[in-house]
Design a protein around this ligand. Sequence first.
Ligand code: CU
Length: 268
Amino acid sequence: MGLALLAVIWLITFVSAYFFIAKTWWLPTGVAAAAARIDHQFAFTYLVMGIVFVLAQCSLGYVVWKYRDRGDASKAVYSHGNTNLEIVWTVLTAILFVGLNLMGSPIWAAERFQPAEEGALPVEVTGMQFAWYFRYTGPDGKFGLTSPKLMDPSSGSEAAIGLDTSDPAAKDDVVTGTMVLPVNRQVDLTLRAVDVIHSFFVPNFRFKQDAVPGLAIHMHFTPNQIGDYEIACAELCGLGHYKMHGVVKVVSQEDFQKWLTAREAEKQ
Ligand SMILES: [Cu+2]
């Protein structure tokens, strides 16, 4: 019986480790400037945790087999365990977790806390049950005012995000249901939410950030490959959460300018 348990534990360990080593289900292609560093950190975390997992499960199987019932069972006694050993593995675990955090956080912090570079494209993303809207400043380079009082999600588009059309700066703002971005230009993102917390997640950009009602959250990233990529909501935000997704089209600088000029012309 002890041997059978050892075999089952080792089998589960090796089979589950195989799927990660073979990358059966893995991340989609990374197409943003920070993607390589994020992937490197991700792979490193998996490698370290994978080694810990395999070692721990192998020792578990071994111990289960070693202390199997040999038919000469003596009475089991309770022991408090080994305090020194407990201190050692708690400290090691703490160092590991804090260390991985310290290694990874600068990548995220650079996108979150450093200001966007000069010439970055300002785009505002608004999440609501259950859609995403994207706003561009128009020729004046400024976002117009919005107001929670004017928000009317059932009307969609400008009314949904509460655009105050009496504000001169709002007159040329372009609001769309599809996100279009120029390749190799930094995007200065502002994230907002109308009703509940949503999470703007573009797996290909390795970008995920919550959109919180009442907050305007700034982040920036740089897409570096032309193509269509999926936007998902990564926060369980209600019954329609599963269908809250959109598309981000990364196009050439010229195509982007053409598209934006056409949208701006529609506003005239
Ligand atoms: Cu959502």
